[in-house]
Ligand binder design. Structure first.
Ligand SMILES: Nc1ncnc2c1ncn2[C@@H]1O[C@H](COP(=O)(O)OP(=O)(O)OP(=O)(O)O)[C@@H](O)[C@H]1O
Length: 261
């Protein structure tokens, strides 16, 4: 997305220029993505001609009004649904042309998800939820205790890991969900309204922690949000209206002062 709208004097522009020189590909490249839902004779165009690139290590917010196509884009980026037209390249591989099995494999290897409703399994502890994510990802690596310690400390949940989700506050549950998403060291983290179910204080804390942990682990994050102030925590903000990219702007890379009360 930066090439069409960003300046070469920005951090993104400089990385894009360096990438071009080295012949490297962006970690995510969405090219003319379209999605039309069909039910009977009714057709609902949810995305039209959506094109943008994301550099490795970038934090990008996706904002737009209800019904603008954010969730549809999220599901396509996560390989959870296919676009009707266009292509999605993850690390240069065309996601949209893979079989379901291959897509699942690529998704497990490279993508971590954080959802608005946390989606933790209620019958097992926070720690077991995180371990399960590691097992499902089939990375072939042993469980990384050192990374869990680091994440727990960063996310402030080190004393809470033996508890079940219903014994944790909403903010703590979301921080466990972030640890669960990051434990496999995914190259890409997709977060869908990660603070949608949290009060302001917890929401600010969770956003800041997501930002810090992604910086620390050099992870690419795409975060959907309704909140234009929360969106500022990103490096760039992708505005969507009526299924199209309306504009892309620089974020502040941190929360605005007005939110840090
Ligand atoms: N399964 C579906 N079948 C038909 N239409 C759908 C389906 N899912 C979404 N849509 C329509 O596609 C458009 C985009 O929906 P989408 O959920 O992607 O928007 P959104 O920006 O995520 O909205 P919100 O912020 O309210 O979650 C809307 O008009 C919606 O009604």
């Amino acid at each position: 997305m930066g090439r069409s709208t960003g300046s070469r004097t920005t951090a993104f522009g400089r990385r894009a220029a360096a990438r071009d020189t080295l012949g490297l590909v962006p970690i995510i490249s969405a090219q003319h993505l379209g999605k039309t839902y069909r039910s009977g004779k009714l057709e609902v165009p949810a995305l039209r001609d959506v094109t943008f690139d994301v550099e490795a290590g970038e934090f990008v917010s996706i904002v737009g009004p209800s019904g603008s196509g954010k969730s549809t884009l999220f599901y396509i980026l996560g390989g959870l649904t296919s676009p009707t037209s266009g292509s999605l390249l993850i690390k240069g591989q065309d996601f949209s042309r893979l079989s379901d099995g291959e897509r699942t494999k690529l998704r497990r290897a490279h993508i971590g998800f954080v959802f608005q409703r946390f989606n933790l399994l209620p019958t097992i502890s926070a720690r077991a939820n995180i371990e399960l994510a590691h097992d499902i990802a089939e990375t072939g690596r042993p469980f990384d205790e050192a990374l869990l310690s680091k994440l727990s400390e960063m996310l402030g949940i080190d004393g809470r890991l033996q508890h079940r989700p219903n014994e944790l506050s909403g903010g703590e549950q979301q921080r466990v969900a972030i640890a669960r998403a990051l434990i496999t060291r995914p190259a890409i983290v997709l977060a869908d309204e990660p603070t949608g179910n949290l009060d302001t204080r917890n929401s600010d804390a969770v956003l800041s922690m997501l930002r810090e942990s992604s910086r620390e682990l050099n992870q690419t994050v795409l975060m959907i949000t309704h909140n234009p102030e929360a969106a500022q925590i990103a490096d760039r903000i992708l505005h969507i209206r009526d299924g199209r990219v309306l504009r892309i702007e620089q974020g502040m890379g941190r929360l605005p002062e007005t939110m840090l009360l």
